[in-house]
Structures are given as structure tokens and as C-alpha cells.
Design a protein around this ligand. Structure first.
Ligand SMILES: Cc1cc2nc3c(=O)[nH]c(=O)nc-3n(C[C@H](O)[C@H](O)[C@H](O)COP(=O)(O)OP(=O)(O)OC[C@H]3O[C@@H](n4cnc5c(N)ncnc54)[C@H](O)[C@@H]3O)c2cc1C
Length: 331
């Protein structure tokens, strides 16, 4: 494990007319001399999630690089403030009341992609957590690197994809990653080999407060045209089967194990396609897509989730566990 240490200046931006959180001054005093990362206040989470719902995050920080991240976490820990990390916000549902404490966004400041090593047609590529998966896939297309085609059309970041073990078409991130840099809740980080991370269906098995900071991926040299065609074909299949371009988080529920039916099929068989609570509705095209049909509240989304859960439980005796992470709710 390595501890980070650096010196930074302070910089803060106030975003809305809401009063600053009570801890803002304390944050400034604690971090002011050594933190120069961007911090904004009372920013609506709806702007940071593909669901386009969610109230204000009291504080939102955008660290750049491992040291800045470690210092931020250490400062927040010292202040005993609640915090969490998000990437592209494509698998989170945030409460209308918003989020207390600091929300750390890993995006542009953490988005480098580089080739580490190449031997024969095996290419080891490092991608930082804040890099969007879409950009990583496009980069692979341009480089003629094969392995990530399955991820074409999955939104979010590399960090979110590692945390969620994002996957499609019988492949997932765990099959292409060879090492992950993981930071703990004290700001210490280490590199774990793929076999030391307990990846499973839509999970990486690490504690809640562990963070994926970057991954090393094993890809293969391939014909550029073939990689592009494969990606385009998989995106076309998504457009055919899913409500593409609608406000969603993709599949809302995990597929239940051991019953041979997908969550989407159970929802459809329960007659819930098109079911609606306020402006939240089950997609007519794909039963496992719960949509914000325009102006839905997070409360409506949760009510729809609970309606689907109770109907499916009643009809088939199966509890549907959300794949989407709920943030800021007291359920
Ligand atoms: C239209 C659509 C289609 C989708 N299709 C698929 C699909 O085919 N397959 C699939 O698997 N998913 C799919 N998803 C869901 C989502 O895109 C993935 O789960 C994605 O990997 C989430 O990444 P993110 O950066 O947006 O994470 P976020 O939504 O920001 O966060 C998700 C969770 O990961 C945590 N997290 C985020 N970054 C980190 C990090 N660096 N370290 C540790 N934890 C972190 C957050 O705290 C949260 O708990 C789809 C979503 C949409 C909207």
C-alpha cells in the first residue's frame, strides 16, 4: 500500500442560490492549504445521472489523479463527513432530497488511456476510472484492438464498469481486466491482480468504500474494420431490443439466479409492461427497463420499483433485487 502526500491550493465554486452546507467552512479550513481540486455546491444530481432525477448534492468534488483523490478522502475522513463516488451516473437512482456530504465524481480528471506493453498480438492497456467506457471502446476501434466489443453501447465510466462488473452478450469486464488499482477509505491504494478481485455477476465483491482507480486490460491486435463492425452490430442489436435514448439506467433488476427466466421476462409475464406511477413507467419494449418518461421524481421511480417487486413476488414467488444502486433514500 502507498500513502499519498502532496500540496495543493484551494478553489471553490458556489453553484446555486441554496445556502452552503454547514460543513463548507470546515472543509475550506481543513482542505484549503492542500487541495486545489474543483468543488461545487448544491448541484442537482439530476444533471449527473442518466435517470435525470435526484436532488442537490451538498458538495461535489472532481479530483484529478491518485494523490488528489487520496488527499480528498483523507480530509473527508478527518472531518467525519459522509461521501461516495460516482462515475457516469448510469446505474444510480438518487433521492429527490439529494445527497448529504461530498459526492466525488470521477470523470475527465481521471480519463487517460495508454498502452503499457505489447507482445505478439497481446496488448496491455491501462485506462483510468473516469474514462468513459464509450471513449475506451472508440479508442479500441481506432487502434484495432479487440476484447471490449461487448461493451459497445454500455454507458458510464471504466471505474463504474469495474465496480459493477458491467457486461453484455455473455461477456463482462472481469474477462478482459488483468489488474485493478484499488483505493481504500483511508486513501491508501494498491494494485490487485484480476484473480485477487472477487468478480461475480454485476459485482466486484469489494467493500462498499473501496474504489476502482484504474484498470489494466488485456486486448488483442485485430483488424480495425472487424472491430468496428462488431461494435456497430452490437449497438444495432441494443437499439432493436431496448428503449434506446430514453432516460433509464439500463436493466433495473438483476436476473434472478437458478430459475431460468430473466427479470425482464418475469416482469413481462406479470403483465407489467407499460405500467406507470406518475411519470415513471415500465418500458413497453423491454420489461426490465424502468423509465423516467419525462419529469418523474425519484419517489415515483422507487414506487414503480416496489410495484414491480411486489407483483413479481406475488405471481412467481421471486424477489427481484435491484441492479441499480439507490443513493440518499431512507427506505
Ligand atoms: C441505456 C443503458 C444501458 C445499459 N446497459 C448495460 C449493459 O448492457 N450491461 C451492464 O452491465 N450495465 C448496463 N447499464 C448500466 C451502467 O451503464 C453500468 O452499470 C455502468 O458500468 C455504470 O458505470 P457508471 O460510471 O455510470 O457508474 P455510476 O452509475 O456512477 O455508479 C454505479 C455504482 O458504482 C459505484 N462506482 C462508480 N465509480 C466507481 C469507482 N471508480 N470505484 C468504485 N465504485 C464506483 C457507485 O458508487 C455506484 O454504487 C446500462 C445503463 C444504461 C443507462
Amino acid at each position: 500500500m502507498q500513502a499519498a502526500a502532496c500540496v495543493w491550493d484551494s478553489s471553490m465554486v458556489e453553484c446555486t442560490s441554496l445556502p452552503l452546507p454547514a460543513w463548507a467552512d470546515d472543509f475550506n479550513d481543513t482542505m484549503g492549504d492542500f487541495w486545489s481540486g474543483e468543488v461545487i455546491w448544491n448541484q442537482p444530481m439530476a444533471e449527473y445521472t442518466t435517470y435525470r432525477v435526484g436532488g442537490p448534492a451538498e458538495g461535489m468534488a472532481f479530483p484529478c489523479g491518485l494523490n488528489e483523490m487520496a488527499l480528498l478522502i483523507q480530509g473527508l475522513r478527518k472531518m467525519d463527513l459522509p461521501w461516495r463516488v460516482i462515475g457516469g451516473g448510469s446505474n444510480i437512482l438518487v433521492a429527490d432530497e439529494g445527497l448529504q456530504g461530498m459526492t466525488i465524481v470521477l470523470n475527465k480528471g481521471f480519463s487517460k488511456i495508454s498502452i503499457l506493453r505489447e507482445a505478439d498480438n497481446r496488448v496491455y492497456v491501462r485506462a483510468q476510472a473516469g474514462c468513459s467506457l464509450a471513449r475506451f471502446v472508440s479508442w479500441c476501434m481506432e487502434q484495432g484492438l479487440s476484447g471490449l466489443e461487448f461493451a459497445a453501447g454500455i454507458p458510464g465510466t471504466v471505474g463504474g464498469a469495474l465496480r459493477m462488473n458491467a457486461g453484455a452478450w455473455s461477456s463482462d469486464i472481469s474477462q478482459v481486466v488483468t489488474a485493478v488499482t484499488i483505493m481504500d477509505g483511508k486513501g491508501y491504494y494498491c494494485v490487485k491482480g484480476r484473480d485477487e478481485v472477487d468478480f461475480s455477476y454485476r459485482s466486484w465483491g469489494e467493500d462498499q468504500e473501496k474504489l476502482a482507480m484504474e484498470g489494466v486490460f488485456l486486448l488483442r491486435r485485430a483488424d480495425k474494420g472487424a472491430v468496428k463492425r462488431a461494435c456497430r452490430e452490437l449497438i444495432a442489436r441494443r437499439k432493436l431490443n431496448q428503449p434506446y435514448g430514453k432516460a433509464s439506467c439500463g436493466s433495473f433488476f438483476k436476473n434472478p439466479s437458478g430459475i431460468g427466466e430473466s427479470a425482464g421476462a418475469l416482469i413481462e409475464q406479470a403483465g407489467l409492461k407499460g405500467a406507470q406511477v406518475g411519470n415513471a413507467g415500465v418500458s413497453e419494449k423491454h420489461g426490465n427497463f424502468l423509465l423516467n418518461k419525462g419529469g418523474a421524481t425519484a419517489h415515483e421511480m422507487v414506487q414503480l420499483m416496489q410495484l414491480v417487486q411486489s407483483e413479481v413476488k406475488e405471481k412467481f414467488g421471486v424477489f427481484l433485487e435491484p441492479e441499480v444502486k439507490l443513493m440518499g433514500f431512507r427506505l
